[in-house]
Structure formats: structure tokens, C-alpha cells
Design a protein around this ligand. Sequence first.
Ligand code: PEP
Length: 254
Amino acid sequence: MGNPIIAGNWKMNGTITESLRLVSDMKDELHRIPRVTKILFPPSVALSSIANLVYASSIELGAQNMHYEVSGAFTGEISAAMVKENCSWVLLGHSERRGLFHESDEDINRKLSAAYANRINPILCVGESLEQRESGQTQEVLRQQLAKATSDLPSINNLTVAYEPVWAIGTGKAATLNVVEETLADLRAFMETEWGDDGRGVPIMYGGSVNEANATAFGQSPYIAGLLVGGASLDAAAFISLTRQFAETKTQAE
Ligand code: PEP
């Protein structure tokens, strides 16, 4: 397994000026935290300026979304080639994309193919709604999301999965460690059945109301390879602190 991963998803927050300030506030401290992959997902309009700012640091960049077509009449969209100019990562299938922008598993599958074709590392988000969890459908929903998103892909090398229960995103109510571990164990079992050894190597992150107060607990779990952080990644001090906690906890567990 590679380094633990901390990813900050800024969503649609901050102008380019504000994004640059936020990166400036966190970049030196983040850069110095060893043995953890640190990825920022700022709004796409800020990527190019931020790329200059983090050049030669250990901070990596990703896009929050991209289209699967190479180019053409897709007003408002960005392509993999555009992403690739500044980023080595892309977030795909975030629940806000699925819910608010009606992205289907088939769309996400095409986007994953485009990421592979362009050698961009994808983080595939999967997660169940509260209603699905309460009606006992979690396992089936997650397995379906994973299977459909990866259907007919030439390889799952470099795939990272983020388990993000919809009910935990932006609610301040993170999933309990028990729930995360039980769910990740099932995802892992499914991946191993589907992809054998390759499935064993896919890192699985957790996301959903991660903050300074729970990062250490999540870091102690051998099931959790990384954290995908929304709200707390917009606060430089909080993001540095939780990154440090997670990295230290993972290092101690080695
Ligand atoms: C997210 O947007 O992926 C997320 C997990 O958000 P938050 O940390 O705010 O719950």
C-alpha cells in the first residue's frame, strides 16, 4: 500500500484570490508533513494559479470533476486534457455530482475511462443515502456503484475509492468508526472477489464530516487509507492539524 492520503475538497468556495490566500496559509506546513499524500481539490478556475504556488512542494492537485468527452460542444465542462495540465488527480462520482447534477453510474464509468486514458489518478466516491442505510440497502448500493463505475475498464490500477455516506457529508455527523469499518470491510471483500490481488491494493478513504476532533480516531483504523475532507479543508489551521494527526497516527501504526 502507498502513503496514507489526505484530500481537501473545496467545492464551490472561494474566488481565485481567496483560494490563493488559503493555499498560502497552508502550503508550507502541509509540505513539511512527511509520509502522507496531500491533495487539494480547489475550484477549477483557480487550478492554474495554485499550480504555480505549489510547484516543487509535496502538495498535489486534483479537479473536482471533468467531462468524459475529449472536446466539443459541452458548454461549461472541462476535459481530461485540461485537467491534466495542472492536476494528477480527479474526484469522480461525488454525491453532490450524483444528486444535484444527476450524474449516473454510466457517466461516472465514462469519466473513469477518460481519467485512465489520460493517466489521471481517479478518486471514485461511493456512498449510500440515509434512507438506503436505514432500509438495509447499503451493501447492495455500494457494490452496484462500484461495479457500474468500473465496468469494462481495462484496469483498476491507480484507482482510489472514497466511501462517503451521503448522510455524513456536510452534516457535522461523521459515521462512527464501527459503521465505517464494517462498510469498508464489505467493500474490500467485494473488490477482492471482483479483481483478486488488484482489489486488495485499492486504497479506500473515508469522507463525511472529518475534522480535527475525529482525524486521529479514523487514522487508527487499519481499514481507512485516507480521508476526504470538505468543510474542514477550508480552514488552514484545521486542515493542517488533521493532516498531521492522521499522518502521525498512521506512522505509529506501521
Ligand atoms: C466532501 O465534500 O466530500 C465531504 C466529505 O464534506 P464534509 O467534510 O464537509 O462532510
